[in-house]
Design a protein around this ligand. Structure first.
Ligand SMILES: CC(=O)SCCNC(=O)CCNC(=O)[C@H](O)C(C)(C)COP(=O)(O)OP(=O)(O)OC[C@H]1O[C@@H](n2cnc3c(N)ncnc32)[C@H](O)[C@@H]1OP(=O)(O)O
Ligand SMILES: O=C([O-])CC(=O)C(=O)O
Length: 376
C-alpha cells in the first residue's frame, strides 16, 4: 500500500509569516515576536493590528486601529433578531457559526470571484469586531436580558466582559482575558485555520472561510477541548479520585481533554501563562481544588504517556474562575482566533492556489456492471 500522511501529519501545506509553532522547542511567535514578550508588552488590540498588517503599531497607528475596530461593533438588525430567537439551549458555537454566516448576508461588499484585498481587509476587521458582540448578545438574550449599549471607550477584553455581565469588569479580569485572547490569536496550520484557508482558496469569501473555521474549532479534539476539561474536572469531583479516573480513561483508550498536541512534543508554551493565571485566580477564590486536580492529571499524563498539557487545559480553569459559563469557552477561543483566521485568509489570497490533495482509493479494484435493481 502506498504510504500517506494520515491526518496530514508532517505535511507542509503552505507558507505563512504569521505564526511560528516550534514543536520540539515548545516555542510560539507571531511575526517574529515571542509570545512571552507580546503578552508582557502588548494588548490584544495590538496583536490584531500585528496579524492584520504584519507590523506592530506605533501609537498613532494603534489609536487609529482601535477606532476602526470599535466603530464596527454594531450588529445588523437581522442578526440581532436571530440571536434573540435562537433556541436558548443551542450550543453557542452553533449560534456564532450561524451568526457569522448571516453577517455575510448583510454585507454588500461580499462578492465571489477576484479578490479585492482592501475590501477583504476591511471585512476582516469588521468580523473581528462583531464576533465578541455576537457571543455576548446570545448569552444575554438566552438569559432573558437586554444587550447593554455598545461602547467605543473599552478595549476588546473589557468590552466583552462588560457586555456579558452588564457592568464594567475589574482591571484584573480585563488583563487576564486580554492575555488569553493574545495567546489564542494564531497558531500555524491548526485544523480550523486550515479550513479557513481551504475555503478562501476557492475564491469564496471571508464570511464563508470564518464560518467553516468556527465549525472546525468546535470539535473536542480542537477548541472544544477547553469545555471538555471543566466537564472532566466536575466529573472527577475530588483530588483523591483523579488517579482512578485517569487510569480508567487510559485503560479504555479514551482521551483526556486538554492533553496532547500534534505539533508540540514538549509543553505548549501558552500553557504556563494560563497555568499561572489559573493558580492565582483559584487561590483568590479559595477554590484550589480545581488547579490541584489539574496538576495531578498533568503529572500522570506526563509520566504514563509522555504527553503534556495544551492551551485548552488551563484556559478552562481561567475562564471558569472568571465566572464565564462553561459553554462559552470555545466561543471565546473563536473570538480570539478570528484575528488569526482572517489574517491567514488575507495571506492566502495574496499568494493563492486551490487546495486539492489526493485520496488513496480503497474501494473495489475492478469495475463492476450495475446490476438491475431487482437483483441487488
Ligand atoms: C487548541 C487545540 O486544538 S489543542 C488540542 C486540543 N485537544 C485536546 O486536548 C483533545 C485531547 N488530545 C487529543 O485528542 C490529541 O492529543 C490531539 C488530537 C490534540 C493530537 O492528536 P494526534 O497527534 O492525532 O495524536 P493521536 O490522537 O493519534 O494520539 C497518539 C497517541 O497518543 C495518545 N493520546 C494523545 N492524546 C491523548 C490524550 N489527550 N489522552 C490520552 N491519550 C492520548 C493516543 O491515544 C495515541 O496513543 P496510542 O499510540 O497508544 O494509540
Ligand atoms: O495547532 C493546533 O493543532 C491546535 C492548537 O494548539 C491551536 O489551534 O491553537
Amino acid at each position: 500500500m502506498t504510504a500517506y500522511a494520515k491526518g496530514l501529519e508532517g505535511v507542509i501545506a503552505n507558507e505563512s509569516a504569521l505564526s511560528n509553532v516550534e514543536g520540539k522547542e515548545g516555542r510560539l511567535s507571531y511575526l517574529g515576536y515571542h509570545i512571552d514578550d507580546l503578552v508582557e508588552n502588548c494588548s490584544y488590540e495590538e496583536i490584531i493590528f500585528l496579524l492584520h498588517t504584519g507590523h506592530l503599531p506605533n501609537q498613532t497607528e494603534l489609536t487609529a486601529g482601535k477606532k476602526r475596530l470599535r466603530s464596527q461593533r454594531n450588529l445588523p438588525e437581522g442578526v440581532i433578531n436571530f440571536l434573540k430567537t435562537a433556541p436558548k439551549g443551542a450550543n453557542p458555537m452553533d449560534v456564532v457559526r450561524t451568526a457569522v454566516s448571516m453577517l455575510g448576508l448583510y454585507d454588500e461588499r461580499v462578492a465571489i470571484g477576484d479578490p479585492d484585498l482592501q475590501k477583504d481587509a476591511a471585512i476582516a476587521v469588521s468580523i473581528v469586531a462583531k464576533i465578541p458582540v455576537i457571543v455576548a448578545a446570545f448569552q444575554r438574550f438566552r438569559n432573558g436580558l437586554e444587550l447593554p449599549p455598545i461602547r467605543e471607550d473599552l478595549g476588546e477584553a473589557a468590552h466583552f466582559l462588560y457586555l456579558i455581565n452588564g457592568e464594567e469588569p475589574s482591571e484584573q479580569a480585563t488583563k487576564i482575558l486580554d492575555v488569553a485572547l493574545t495567546l489564542h490569536a494564531d497558531h500555524g496550520m491548526n485544523a480550523s485555520t486550515f479550513s479557513a484557508r481551504v475555503t478562501i482558496a476557492t475564491l469564496s469569501d471571508m464570511y464563508s472561510a470564518v464560518t467553516a473555521a468556527i465549525g472546525t474549532l468546535k470539535g473536542p479534539l480542537h477548541g472544544g477541548a477547553n469545555e471538555g476539561v471543566i466537564h472532566m474536572l466536575e466529573e472527577i469531583g475530588e483530588l483523591d479520585k483523579v488517579d482512578d479516573y485517569v487510569e480508567g480513561k487510559l485503560s479504555r483508550k479514551e482521551k483526556i481533554m486538554g492533553i496532547g498536541h500534534r505539533v508540540y512534543k514538549v509543553l505548549d508554551p501558552r500553557a504556563p501563562h494560563l497555568r499561572k493565571l489559573a493558580i492565582e485566580l483559584t487561590d483568590e477564590l479559595g477554590e484550589p481544588k480545581w488547579i490541584q486536580m489539574s496538576e495531578r492529571i498533568a503529572e500522570i499524563m506526563r509520566e504514563r504517556k509522555g504527553l503534556n498539557a495544551n492551551v485548552d487545559f488551563y484556559s478552562a480553569t481561567v475562564y471558569y474562575s472568571l465566572g464565564i459559563p462553561t459553554d462559552l469557552f470555545t466561543a471565546i477561543f473563536a473570538i480570539a482566533r478570528t484575528s488569526g483566521w482572517t489574517a491567514q485568509v488575507l495571506e492566502q489570497l495574496r499568494n493563492n492556489r486551490l487546495y486539492r490533495p489526493l485520496t488513496l482509493y480503497t474501494g473495489p479494484a475492478e469495475l463492476m456492471p450495475v446490476p438491475p435493481i431487482e437483483s441487488r
